[in-house]
Design a protein around this ligand. Structure first.
Ligand code: KG4
Ligand code: ZN
Length: 320
């Protein structure tokens, strides 16, 4: 089955063509990051306008790179939520128009399921799967007993991990989005600052990152008031250590308690080198558990993951 995926939930205009959830024939991503970085974050109105400007070109490019025509496509899958409403609207309408005009089947998918299915491109799923979703807008632990069966175990009560990285990075003077730069900086520093590890109740699978974010802001503000120097590399290393320690502890606890066979990490923060290293180390001592991360190009927003998720949603809905 040849699936065309469409993703416009935030600041990437993306179209991709994937065969049977695995074989990526094209994966075109037009990123608006350069446009939004001067504002320190995504400006929704500007994002919608740029999606409108680029979406037709991105569709054409995806078909051209895959060497296919509209008549070859079996299914159109588009991100319908969550995301910026004006941005989503552009992708949904383009996908609907394309499907309707060419008489192609159409499914709408949840963006987070796309991030989870980004893992499937390079690895089959071994159920029960535990998904650690760590993106700019979400932090969740989800159990999947089979394809398209989701059970939410816990989520953040306040900031998402990516959001905390972006906000902490901003006070450190890093450009938006700050996740990758902060990750790189952390690798040059040592854990010297005393920052909180937020476990909440010890049995809880919920997360909280706003207190940690405020603790970093306090360190910076106090140092500025006293005219003291800040070692930003050490501060980045300390922040990353607090985030990663909590994510790894809760993920491993959930995996053991729920007899998980396969942990998949999903979302933009899955690109984090500190998280990758720490989770691989932790899983090494648990021989029955497989761990996968999407390759870097499938961690942040793309449409290949939407095509894969759409493929499995269609199979689940039609009982195929
Ligand atoms: O999944 P994504 O592309 O967008 C959402 O669906 O939200 O994630 C974007 C987020 C941003 O907050 C960005 O700073 C973060 O992922 N990110 C990282 C890294 N690369 C991207 N955070 C930490 N370390 C990284 N290496
Ligand atoms: Zn995303």
């Amino acid at each position: 089955m040849i699936v065309l995926g469409v993703e416009t939930s935030c600041d990437e205009t993306a179209v991709s063509i994937v065969v049977n959830g695995k074989d990526v024939l094209s994966n075109v991503v037009y990123s608006q990051i350069a446009i939004h970085s001067s504002y320190g974050g995504v400006v929704p109105e500007i994002a919608s306008r740029h999606h409108v400007l680029k979406i037709t070109y991105v569709f054409e490019q995806a078909l051209k790179e895959a060497k296919l025509e509209a008549k070859d496509i079996d299914l159109v899958a588009v991100t319908s939520h969550p995301g910026l409403i004006g941005s989503l609207f552009v992708g949904i309408n383009a996908a609907k128009a394309f499907a309707y005009a060419n008489d192609i089947k159409y499914v709408e998918v949840n963006h987070l399921t796309g991030h989870i299915y980004a893992n499937y491109i390079e690895s089959d799923f071994y159920f029960p799967v535990l998904a650690l979703v760590v993106s700019g807008g979400h932090t969740e632990l989800i159990i999947m007993k089979d394809h398209y069966q989701y059970e939410l175990l816990g989520q953040t009560l306040d900031d998402a991990v990516g959001e905390a990285y972006d906000k902490v990075g901003r006070v450190m003077g890093l450009p938006y989005p700050a996740g990758k730069a902060l990750d790189d900086l952390a690798f040059t520093g040592k854990v010297t600052y005393d920052l909180p590890f937020v476990y909440l109740d010890k049995d809880s699978y919920e997360f909280s990152f706003s207190g940690l974010k405020s603790a970093v802001l306090n360190v910076v503000n106090k140092a500025n008031m006293k005219n003291e120097e800040i070692n930003y590399a050490d501060l980045a290393a300390s922040f990353q250590n607090s985030v990663v320690t909590v994510l790894v502890k809760k993920t491993i606890k959930a995996a053991i308690n729920h007899n998980i066979k396969h942990i998949v990490v999903a979302g933009g923060v899955a690109a984090n080198r500190g998280l990758r290293k720490a989770l691989y180390n932790a899983v090494e001592s648990l021989p029955g558990i497989k761990l996968t991360f999407p390759s870097m190009k499938y961690c942040t927003d793309n449409a290949a993951m939407i095509a894969v998720s759409g493929y499995f949603k269609y199979l689940a809905e039609t009982g195929k």
